[in-house]
Design a protein around this ligand. Structure first.
Ligand code: G3I
Length: 385
């Protein structure tokens, strides 16, 4: 091709490009925005992350603070305060409530058009010292008064701003604990004080929360609660009992803390369906998939692939059960994960410490996209923002 021919061709291309621009406007030539978990999420499903208001949003000296917040806002349409609404943080002294961390999460969510899952009102862990001390000689009536004040105050403060609350967290023991699967009437100070009729107390906790925020969807929530097992059988019975008593129980949450050391319970969808058949919503509330690491502190390729598969299987169960309202990861980057502090395991989240997206992230993105009618993984996003 001669020089003048190629120049004419360039000119012709430029003219047709300009014509296209005139016909369709500059947006037609702009790159489509990169899809995010949030942009690909179908129906009214919420895709969430835990975030620690005090540490992650208020302490601005955290490394990568700007990038962390950008990703948090771009990828998720739901946030769960990882610690800030727990008793020890929000109610550190008998007459002192500290809402600073929780307020930071709620404010960030509002600014980024996200919703908030509340976590949690009744738990055996992370109770302040004053509760532990006072509980030593509580009557049930005294325990109820303290709990009622707390529930009404915390739920009431955020009434209308929280779409789901983990009202009661981890209230059953595991089947390998002493005594087997039964309500934690030893470790949980409130259930202990009311051990004669713990179900009556639970029903009232749900009633107090409902009165304080009639719109919020109220959940039971636990770990080892993905598949059908002795613990979820116990929850299934409890849920029926609470509903028969007229308690405003609305949902059952499976935390989804998995480890590659153990198998995956394929009955998760069936488990969700049986709770949905009771009229309850279901949710994956704290997903992460940890693993033992090699001496170099790194996972191998097989572990990385298996992690992606496990994250995705939990998401599939949620996508396939219409009653599933939300799928939340318990932090999105390894730099902030709770796992290495507790287990000799790691690599549990969907992004590395440097915010590099793992195959687990891409597996979730692809499944979300495929679940949206009329979309394929290559279709530019634009809906569901
Ligand atoms: O209490 C101090 C606090 O006063 C201080 O400001 C802070 C400074 O670092 O440390 C505080 O304690 C930490 C606490 O979170 C904050 O409330 C603990 O050291 C820390 O171990 C604790 O860990 C949390 C854990 O729950 C216990 O509450 C994790 O970050 C959090 O990811 C984890 O989350 C739980 C869910 O709530 C329930 N399901 C299991 C899940 C994983 O354990």
């Amino acid at each position: 091709m001669s020089h003048s021919t190629s120049m004419r061709r360039v000119a012709a291309i430029s003219v047709s490009a300009l014509a296209a621009l005139a016909l369709t406007g500059p947006a037609a030539l702009a790159c489509p925005p990169e899809p995010t978990l949030r942009s690909e999420t179908p129906r009214d499903l919420k895709i969430g992350s835990a975030v620690w208001g005090q540490r992650d949003l208020l302490d601005h000296d955290r490394k990568n603070g700007g990038e962390f917040q950008r990703i948090l806002g771009a990828e998720f349409n739901s946030l769960t305060p990882e610690n800030d609404m727990k008793w020890a943080e929000v109610h550190p002294e008998p007459d002192v409530y500290d809402f600073s961390g929780a307020d930071a999460v709620v404010a960030f969510a509002k600014a980024h058009r996200q919703e908030v899952r509340g976590h949690t009102l009744l738990w055996h862990s992370q109770n302040p010292q004053w509760v532990i001390d006072a509980a030593a000689d509580w009557t049930c009536e005294e325990a109820r008064d303290v709990l009622e004040d707390h529930v009404r105050t915390v739920v009431g403060r955020y009434a209308g701003e929280i779409y789901e609350w983990d009202v009661a967290n981890e209230i059953f023991q595991d089947d390998w604990d002493e005594g087997g699967v039964r309500l934690r009437t030893e470790a949980n100070p409130f259930l202990k004080a009311c051990a004669e009729d713990p179900v009556a107390l639970l029903g009232d906790v749900f009633r107090w929360a409902h009165e304080a925020d009639p719109e919020a969807v109220l959940f039971l929530n636990d770990y080892n609660a993905e598949g059908i097992n002795a613990k979820t059988d116990a929850y299934y019975e409890l849920a029926q009992e609470l509903l028969a008593d007229g308690a405003p129980l609305h949902g059952f949450g499976a935390q989804g803390h998995l480890s590659l050391q153990y198998g995956f319970d394929e009955s998760i969808q069936e488990n969700f369906e049986r709770f949905a058949d009771l009229g309850l919503k279901v949710a994956v509330t704290e997903a992460d998939v940890r693993m033992p690491l090699g001496e170099d502190g790194e996972p191998d390729a097989e572990q990385i692939a298996l992690q992606a598969e496990r994250y995705d299987k939990m998401l599939q169960a949620c996508l396939d059960v219409p009653a599933c309202t939300s799928y939340t990861v318990w932090g999105f980057d390894d730099g902030r994960s709770w796992v290495p502090g507790v287990f000799p395991e790691g690599y549990a989240t969907i992004m590395t410490e440097e915010f590099e997206k793992k195959p687990a992230y891409h597996a979730l993105l692809e499944s979300l996209t495929e679940a949206t009618p009329g979309r394929s993984p290559r279709t530019p996003p634009g809906l569901n923002r």
